[in-house]
Design a protein around this ligand. Structure first.
Ligand SMILES: Nc1ncnc2c1ncn2[C@@H]1O[C@H](COP(=O)(O)OP(=O)(O)OP(=O)(O)O)[C@@H](O)[C@H]1O
Ligand SMILES: Nc1nc2c(c(=O)[nH]1)N[C@H]1C(S)=C(S)[C@@H](COP(=O)(O)O)O[C@H]1N2
Length: 175
């Protein structure tokens, strides 16, 4: 069987300029390494907070057949935070429940969770999910929304994600 491709896109001026190491993108890959069973490969990029660059990178990851594309960073209210706008520009359909749930869960950890405009949506046969830039936000958000991701990928005709049920429970409709 072909390896499932997962796009990991860090949107950060400073990580892209090597001012700090991109810990958050690596944390996303660690999470998938733990919960997925079976072959998968990351398509990983670190780019600055530039809307046109984010739009074209999301599209090229979809063309490379990434079933899932997870972004980190650029979801806040600062002038250069444009990841949600780029995601909305690319997507055919938005899935606002992802952002709603991630903000709700994040509020248990930080009161500033309300500042993230993170969202999710479908572009062709790829699911795009935005996460905040903070390394600690990665697991808090992914653990909350991941259970719905395998079924979502099935509904859009993307890949079948096999998961380690001892690490994470996922929802699938019984057929
Ligand atoms: N990819 C990352 N890897 C490691 N630490 C990060 C990353 N993104 C953000 N951080 C940390 O979280 C803090 C707050 O992130 P901030 O919201 O300023 O980042 P951003 O807007 O996503 O990225 P940047 O400001 O570099 O363009 C940063 O000061 C940094 O310590
Ligand atoms: N789980 C979680 N969510 C979080 C945070 C966090 O530390 N943990 N940081 C908040 C802060 S301080 C900001 S400004 C916004 C946007 O962050 P971003 O621009 O790095 O994406 O995410 C928010 N959501």
């Amino acid at each position: 069987m072909d390896k499932i491709k997962i796009g990991v896109l860090t949107c950060s001026d400073r990580a892209a300029a090597n001012i700090y190491e991109d810990i958050s993108g690596k944390e996303i890959m660690c999470f998938f390494e733990e919960v997925l069973v079976g072959a998968w490969e990351p398509i990983y990029q670190v780019i600055p907070d530039d809307k046109e660059n984010i739009v074209s990178t999301l599209k090229s990851m979809a063309v490379e057949q990434c079933a899932l594309i997870v972004t980190t960073g650029g979801t806040g209210p600062a002038p250069r935070d444009v990841t949600p706008e780029a995601t909305e520009e690319v997507c055919d359909k938005m899935l606002p429940g992802f952002g709603e749930l991630m903000r709700q869960v994040s509020m248990q950890y930080v009161p500033t969770a309300i500042l993230s405009r993170q969202t999710a949506g479908i572009y062709k046969q790829s699911l795009i999910v935005n996460l905040p830039g903070k390394p600690s936000a990665i697991r808090q958000c992914l653990e909350a929304v991941f259970p719905a991701i395998p079924y979502c990928l099935e509904l859009i005709g993307a890949s079948y994600l096999e998961c380690d049920e001892s690490k994470i429970k996922v929802f699938r409709l019984k057929t």
